[in-house]
Design a protein around this ligand. Structure first.
Ligand code: AMP
Length: 404
């Protein structure tokens, strides 16, 4: 069965085409700058020349039409006819409390995603545009949605409730939801396989460290607590997001600087984190480079970022009353040995003994970076959210009696 995986953003669509159940990636690509006359389309397929063009693409439906045209293109494409696509899976950031697992798209599901616009104003409207674009271009194809929040729906009340008047939860569903769930779930399964132990017996802290950063206490295979909250702003320090701060700072800053709600939101989401502390650098590669050149602000940003990660890992070890492994994933977690070392250095008291050689080895893929016999392991596991979406979509399509 051929499954198309789509991650629709407000001005972009990223996609991967999978052959299931072999889980082979046949093609991948993206359309960026949707809504402009100079949208950029890039596409690559196994054994085919790379494709790139700049053209006018004004909405998500036109973007998807362009993608499907390329997928069947004799020179660049992988399919003879678009009808070979039997199912489409979408990433959806916010599923609220309605979706503890992936589901097939129906009218009710679309309504529910729409109801959640308030909680994820930057993401859910774009995901719905992606779903509607597929309905327009591939009207007979089954669609499924896979939620970033779903994995965290197992959290107990002690983890997901905020200590504020309960009426706010009842009226507005203000609670911790958590994000990057697809990634935390995937790497925790892979970690169990790498350790050769059943996931149901493990206490893991999974650290998704990319542009967004979150870590999750995974207890016996289930999300027990996670650092992102009602929105992806809470928790760890990120590229441009502040993470945790005293909530009183928000009203105080608004009063002192005469800022509007939008301005203070923008400050905390776009002008904080590594970017603010380093004085303009949000990318970990640039931070490490500047730090190595003696830049003191870059060093402070790096140290704060690592320190906060270490605090969360310690807190989650306490929350689970133990720890078997720390898992590093996503852009920074997979690629920055400096950051992993800075985080792990202070965890020897828990029994985590980093092997510096292994940590710095240019080896890629899933690996252990602790000494042999270390009581607590540290692992690097490349995440693969698209594969999880393809698998869930395939499973749901099979359940509906389609394909093989
Ligand atoms: P992601 O959100 O998972 O795509 O991660 C993107 C982030 O990964 C970028 O902003 C970089 O900061 C970081 N990154 C990618 N490669 C490296 C690297 N070699 N060293 C440090 N950070 C990296």
């Amino acid at each position: 069965m051929i499954v198309l995986v789509i991650n629709a953003g407000s001005s972009s669509i990223k996609y991967q085409l999978y052959q299931m159940k072999s889980e082979t990636v046949l093609a991948r690509g993206r359309v960026e700058r949707i809504g402009m006359d100079s949208a950029i389309v890039t596409h690559e397929a196994e054994g085919k020349p790379e494709f790139r063009e700049v053209c006018e693409i004004l909405d998500h439906t036109s973007a998807l039409k362009r993608i499907t045209d390329i997928l069947v293109h004799p020179e660049y494409g992988s399919l003879s006819h678009i009808s070979e696509i039997e199912a489409v899976g979408h990433r959806v950031v916010h599923g609220g409390e309605s979706f503890p697992e992936s589901v097939v798209v129906t009218t009710e599901v679309k309504q529910e995603i729409r109801k959640l616009f308030d909680l994820a104003p930057l993401h859910n409207p774009a995901h719905l545009m992606g779903i509607l674009a597929v309905e327009a271009i591939l009207p007979d194809v089954m669609q499924a949605v896979v939620f970033d929040t779903a994995f965290h729906q197992t959290m107990p009340k002690t983890s997901y409730l905020y200590a504020i008047p309960n009426i706010l939860y009842k009226r507005h569903k203000i609670r911790r939801y958590g994000f990057h769930g697809t990634s935390h779930m995937y790497v925790s399964h892979q970690a169990a396989a790498l350790l050769g132990r059943p996931l149901e017996s493990l206490k893991l802290v999974t650290c998704h460290i990319g542009n967004g950063v979150s870590c999750t206490a995974v207890l016996n295979g289930k999300s027990y607590d996670t650092s992102m909250g009602m929105t992806p702003l809470e928790g760890l320090m990120m590229g441009t997001r502040s993470g945790d701060l005293d909530p009183a700072i928000v009203s105080y800053t608004m009063a002192k600087e005469e800022l509007s709600i939008n301005e203070v939101n923008s400050m905390l989401n776009k002008h904080s984190g590594l970017y603010a502390v380093s004085g303009g650098l949000a990318d970990m590669r640039e931070i490490v480079e500047a730090m190595n050149d003696g830049d003191k602000n870059a060093k402070l940003a790096f140290d704060m970022y690592a320190y906060r990660l270490r605090k969360y890992i310690g807190a989650y070890a306490a929350a689970m009353n133990g720890l078997d492994a720390v898992v590093f994933t996503a852009g920074v977690g997979e690629n920055s040995p400096q950051l992993r070392e800075a985080v792990c250095e202070g965890l020897t008291f828990l029994g985590l003994r980093l092997d510096r050689e292994r940590n710095r080895s240019p080896e890629r893929g899933e690996r252990r970076i602790t000494e042999d016999g270390s009581p607590v392991e540290a692992l690097v596991i490349p995440t693969n959210e698209e594969l999880v979406i393809a698998r869930d979509t395939y499973r749901l399509a099979l359940n509906r009696g389609k394909g093989s």
